[in-house]
Design a protein around this ligand. Sequence first.
Ligand code: DC
Length: 227
Amino acid sequence: MIIAIDGPSGAGKSTLGKMLAKEFGLLYLDTGAMYRAAALAVTKAGVSLEDREKVAEIAENAKIELVGEPDSMRVLLDGEDVSAEIRTPDVATAASVVSTISDVRKIMVDHQRAIGESAENGCVLEGRDIGSVVFPNADIKFFLTAKPEARARRRFAEDQAKGRSTSYEATLAEINKRDERDVSRADSPLTIPQNATVIDTSELELKDVFELMADQVRKLSQSSTAV
Ligand code: DC
């Protein structure tokens, strides 16, 4: 079973994706973490984000691995644990630039398909192009969204809890800028995939969104075992 979760940053994709993976014993794949790791590899190599050919070459050669259970998942770049390093605002911005490069997207998409297809019990993938490009025939597609202010509030609270110094205004500005880049890029822009269930999480409790999503998964599991 392949479950695709797409949507803008801060809509709750990671939290809900992990909850679904745990509930149904599926593999969880955070595809944004892969773009972030590729962006970090580029920064570490001292290569300009504008140098699209070099960036693609680095993405191709970087060994990016996601290991462990959903709640304690670690991201390894060439064997080094970069789980914390990839979560900084600078890497987020670099990832959104790197992800506009078609050659980089091809490499990531191939990698994501291979992981999803080899997952024995199925896989929950979250990102921006999962239901539209990576797995257009996914069994279930969700598109999670929320107002920019609600997303910025959540991201700011998370940053504060992690002791990162930032402001709500800066977080909102960063989210708006990333949204703009994600929806306007030429290759695989963020869109609502065909047949996706759209959920606006702005005013909903996490547990209620989870129940909505889990219900669909249960229904599908029941109908496939009934056949
Ligand atoms: O979900 P995230 O914030 O960790 O993603 C980081 C960046 O990677 C984001 O700006 C868009 C990009 N991305 C993408 O283009 N396609 C995906 N499937 C996942 C993320």
